[in-house]
Ligand binder design. Structure first.
Ligand code: SF4
Length: 492
């Protein structure tokens, strides 16, 4: 008998082979494709939303048959709202996020999502639950999705009814019933195959979610291939793949990409020396003025707004690193700020930033749109600091430009102009500039996750993370200083 949960059903909608591999070759799954922070966020949002339909009783997670038994017990006892209400029909299991029992086997349910809009896969998700419930004899009167309303701004206590938006998907779920029935029947035969089913890699490996079996399924692709090209959109990669343009040789032969993207291909295939446009780099450097500041922010994006005057998924800056050189030949100075977890970090960041960066000075950021947008947000939030913050904002220059425009390119940059590629390409043997040598925090995602969890850590662990966050962000701006020095070296 086919055994399946609602998440496995949705995977089968994306690609049935995913389901087959999970069952027959689970070791081929690449765990690094799982974003634990996203899963944790989904769970936290799910817990919060349980109260959306009023007082509820939650079915504790555990043994599935026990969850089903407890659900039956609660329904029989007349419990009006049940969270994680669990059902199974011929091996098809589902735990309904919020079930409202209307009496006489009539129910309605709400599926909770931590995203800010409804996507097609959510409709398949609720259609599957609708299918299981109706097969068990329930009359499903209404199906809704509750998702986060990105326009919500917190003022005081969280207002669940405003944080979440409900969308009625009853008609869509009903319309999909024949498709669910057909897919379930086909999957039973598909899953019973002993031999690995054939399935070429394609768009289904990335939409709606990146598949953790891609390394396995794409193992016969030439190396490097179209998926290794930096700076082009996934849909361009997939369009080329569909045309049979896969290897770098194919791409060069067919001139399949624009000339700046072909640069990566040519450097890789012909082992070309670094391409350096000294004139353009010199002009860029001449546009900078002393003193020079190098700024980098770290932020996190809580799905549920934690502070007043913040919205779901708003980027909240909690830390920055700032290196500074006052004059040509001057010493390198460093300042930094890292908020304490718990309270809103934004005011502290804004005040300290105004103390650390004087008006009218040239501040370099790498991929400046991030820093500029955050500073603009702080200026809007704190009118008393807005003048100074906008002055900093208006004097920011993007250190990424020479790499983005390919004025400086080496094969080791692998088509990318992100500092995480540019830095090791320019300084391949410098352990001081190697992010791998850091502890706990090696990238922005880990920095966000660390800050989000720091409030719950024991003091000793919290101090360790604090020190490692400071090291990580400090390396970001030190890296910028080194990159700037390299550009100066390049133009003599
Ligand atoms: S990598 Fe692609 S083909 Fe392989 S299981 Fe995943 S979605 Fe299917």
């Amino acid at each position: 008998m086919l055994h399946m949960s609602k998440s496995r059903y949705c995977q089968a909608v994306q690609c049935p082979k995913m389901l087959w591999l999970h069952k027959h070759m689970p070791d081929a799954f690449d765990d690094s494709a799982v974003n634990q922070a996203v899963l944790d966020r989904g769970n936290a949002v799910g817990d919060l939303a349980m109260g959306l339909l009023g007082d509820y009783v939650e079915v504790p997670f555990g043994d599935l048959s026990e969850m089903i038994r407890r659900t039956r017990e609660l329904i029989d006892a007349g419990t009006p709202v049940i969270a994680e209400a669990s059902f199974a029909f011929e091996g098809l299991f589902c735990a309904v996020d919020i079930l409202k029992a209307l009496g006489k086997n009539r129910v309605e349910f709400v599926e909770v999502k931590s995203s800010t809009h409804v996507t097609d896969i959510y409709i398949h998700d609720v259609a599957y639950q609708y299918y299981v419930l109706t097969k068990l004899g329930y009359t499903v009167e209404r199906v809704r999705i509750a998702h986060i309303d990105s326009g919500y701004v917190r003022h005081g206590e969280l207002e669940l009814d405003q944080l979440f938006t409900m969308e009625d998907l009853t008609e869509q779920a009903r319309a999909l019933q024949p498709e669910v029935e057909k897919r379930v029947a086909e999957l039973a035969a598909y899953m019973a195959q002993a031999d690995e089913p054939a399935c070429a890699v394609g768009g289904q490996c990335f939409y709606p979610y990146a598949c953790g079996f891609f390394k396995y399924c794409g193992r016969d692709l030439p190396k490097p291939n179209i998926f290794d090209v930096g700076g082009i959109q996934l849909r361009t990669k997939l369009a080329n793949l569909a045309k049979g343009i896969v290897s770098f040789q194919d791409i060069e032969l067919k001139k399949a990409l624009k000339s700046d993207k072909l640069m990566q291909i040519q450097h890789e295939l012909h082992d070309l020396p670094p391409a350096i446009d000294r004139e353009k780099i010199a002009r860029f450097l001449d546009g900078l003025s002393w003193p020079l500041y190098f700024l980098d922010f770290e932020s996190f994006q809580p799905a549920v707004p934690l502070y007043d005057n913040s919205s779901p998924y708003e980027q909240i800056v909690f830390q920055y690193s700032l290196h500074c050189i006052e004059e040509p030949g001057g010493s390198l100075k460093h300042r930094e700020y890292l908020a304490q977890p718990g309270a809103d970090p934004r005011r502290g960041v804004a005040e300290q930033l105004c103390r650390d960066i004087p008006r009218d000075v040239c501040t370099l950021a790498y991929n400046m749109s991030f820093e500029k947008t955050r500073i603009k947000g702080l200026a809007a939030l704190y009118p008393d600091l807005a003048d100074h913050l906008m002055n900093i904002h208006d004097h920011i220059v993007d250190l990424m430009v020479p790499f983005q425009k390919r004025w400086y390119y080496t094969k080791a940059m692998q088509g990318s102009y992100s500092i995480k590629f540019v830095l090791p390409a320019l300084f391949p043997d410098d352990p001081e500039l190697d992010y791998h040598n850091l502890e706990d925090v090696h990238n922005g995602t880990e920095a966000s996750a660390a800050f989000e969890k720091m409030g719950d850590m024991e003091p000793e662990e919290r101090e360790r993370y604090r020190a490692n966050l400071l090291k990580y962000c400090g390396l970001d701006t030190l890296a910028m200083v080194k990159v700037w020095e390299k550009l100066r070296e390049a133009v003599g």
